[in-house]
Design a protein around this ligand. Structure first.
Ligand code: NAD
Length: 522
């Protein structure tokens, strides 16, 4: 099968009046489709439940983006059984046919880029630029994993010859698994978690986040339109607590592919390790979790570039990225200058409803996030010196009740303070003073996480040490620490940041396969 060379999907250029008009049209059109009900999809059958989950618009929480049906334990068990039953057929579909469906899905996403981005603006309060990047990444995952599957499955792997025998090694799919995505890249990560396993022949139950289930329903519709047979991906929104454990524990579940918090990831890891009655295999878990990402700035750095990179990494999408910079670790000799420059750039950020093109930061995702982040801001007043932001407004007093939090910077945070150790997942940056580069490196490595990190420096000796000693899955030198591109910067973290599966990398689809060797005596 011949497919064009993989290229990353270009980002939308909203300085073009045509693109701006297109996005405005998409926002108007999606606004007219809000509040609709979405059923579960099990084996292609639409099932509406009495109880629903309301997905709210974070910038205007009185607006319901959509109501999705909520799985009961019985329906969750049925979804796993269906995925297990459909595996027998789907695994036999030639890889080229599976790839064709995935490439069609990518083409549909490309055609509907603005519409999908508009759903993300409403459902999780992404700015236009962030929403567009989320859709581009989803397209990239589909295109990239399709090609990886062809490469991985088309031929038998090279083995050493042995006289009188034919030997072959092939990768075969695992079975029926779970895709459990977070809400913060609800199209990109969901697409990646679904496409990679299915393109190499597995079937799935997709349990989307209850905070962003509508965009996942759109993805499932789009996969059907691309020709995916019924039962290969089963759409099963439901509460993590009520059906999450049941799905993970089910004896027919073969693997769990999860991206989300450390707490839930570890819980899945523990539960999946227990053999249930009737279970034939050791469940495979692929768990990508949180971060407490730090950027170091040393005395040789381009300070303007460092301030720009830190602010972009800390406050893009309201700091709600696993890769977000939540610690700026600055050596003493440039500390005061850097604090000033970071503050200046932070104050210039535009907070507002993300339906407006000029908005840089929208609302944080929901009331629970608002309350959690507000708690950390209150704590920051005790642990450090407030530099900017920090006003915690009771969101109910705001005009439209949106969950808006000003970008907030605290300086003089101690390396072991809670603000320097715990994942806040919001627009709060802790600045930490280090004596010198050596000290900065030890502070950077001193958390339980190890996802992204950054260094701004012109000193090649420091850069070389960071290559070797800065213990994170994705290290960035002299640029921001967010925005990994599929195929270019495969993504995944060390330690409590996860199993380092490197999404968007050459080994990823292989995680959903097992190797089978056949020896035939000639
Ligand atoms: P979360 O852990 O609260 O939820 C993630 C998913 O797990 C959701 O779909 C949720 O419904 C489900 N879930 C909850 N309880 C469950 C259970 N008992 N069994 C099975 N599933 C259950 O995380 P979130 O708030 O959606 O996302 C934010 C977190 O994700 C942050 O910690 C962030 O750093 C992390 N994240 C990591 C990466 C990465 O690549 N490492 C990428 C994005 C987000």
């Amino acid at each position: 099968m011949n497919v064009p060379v993989y290229r990353n999907e270009p980002f939308g250029d909203f300085s073009s009046s045509e693109r701006r008009a297109g996005m405005q049209r998409a926002l108007r059109s999606v606004n007219g489709q809000l509040g609709v009900r979405y059923p579960l999809v099990i084996d292609g059958e639409r099932i509406s439940t009495e109880e629903t989950i309301a997905s709210l618009c974070p910038a205007e929480p009185t607006k319901v983006v959509g109501y999705v049906s909520k799985a009961t334990p019985e329906l969750a068990a049925r979804a796993v059984e269906v995925a297990h039953a459909r595996f027998a057929q789907w695994r036999r579909v030639p890889v080229e046919d599976r790839v064709r469906i995935v490439l069609r899905a990518a083409a549909l996403m490309r055609r509907r880029k603005e519409e999908l981005a508009a759903w993300l603006v409403y459902e999780v309060s992404k700015s236009w630029v962030e929403a567009d990047a989320d859709v581009a990444e989803a397209i990239d995952f589909a295109e990239y994993y399709a090609r990886q599957a062809l490469h991985h499955q088309a031929t038998s792997q090279p083995l050493l010859p042995w006289p009188g025998e034919s030997n072959s090694l092939n990768y075969i799919p695992l079975g029926a698994g779970l895709a459990i995505p977070p809400w913060n890249f609800p199209l990109a990560i969901t697409t990646g978690l679904v496409i990679a396993p299915l393109v190499v022949g597995n079937t799935l139950v997709l349990k989307p986040s209850s905070v962003a289930p509508v965009i996942a329903a759109k993805l499932v519709e789009l996969l059907e339109e691309a020709g995916l047979p019924s039962g290969v991906v089963n759409y099963l929104p439901g509460s993590g607590a009520a059906v999450g454990d049941l799905l993970v524990d089910h004896p027919l579940t073969r693997f769990v592919s999860f991206t989300g918090s450390k707490e839930v990831g570890l819980r899945i890891n523990e539960r999946a390790s227990i053999r249930q009655p009737g279970q034939l295999w050791i469940k495979r878990t692929i768990l990508e979790m949180g971060g407490k990402d730090g950027i170091i700035v040393d005395e040789s750095a381009d300070l303007e570039a460092a301030a720009a990179g830190i602010v972009a990494s800390a406050f893009g999408f309201q700091g709600q990225k696993c890769s977000a910079c939540s610690r700026a670790i600055i050596v003493a000799s440039v500390y005061d200058t850097m604090v000033e420059r970071i503050a200046e750039r932070t104050r210039a950020l535009k907070l507002g409803n993300p339906t407006a093109p000029e908005t840089f930061m929208g609302a944080v995702v929901d009331k629970a996030a608002f309350n959690k982040i507000s708690g950390y801001i209150a704590l920051g007043q005790e642990e450090g010196r407030l530099i900017c932001g920090g006003e915690v407004v009771d969101h109910e007093l705001l005009k439209d009740g949106g969950y808006f939090i000003n970008p907030t910077v605290f300086a003089d945070i101690a390396p072991d303070a809670r603000l320097a150790q715990e994942e806040i997942f919001g627009p709060v940056l802790a600045i930490i003073k280090a004596d010198d580069f050596e000290h900065a490196l030890s502070i950077a490595n001193n958390t339980e996480y190890g996802l992204t990190g950054g260094l701004y420096s012109q000193d090649f000796a420091h850069i070389a040490r960071a290559y070797d000693e800065f213990h994170v899955g994705n290290l960035y030198i002299n640029r921001k620490c967010t925005g990994a591109l599929v195929g270019v910067q495969p993504f995944g973290g060390f330690n409590m940041s996860g199993t380092d599966s490197k999404a968007g990398g050459p080994d990823y689809v292989g995680l959903f396969t097992q190797a089978k060797v056949v020896t035939e005596k000639l």
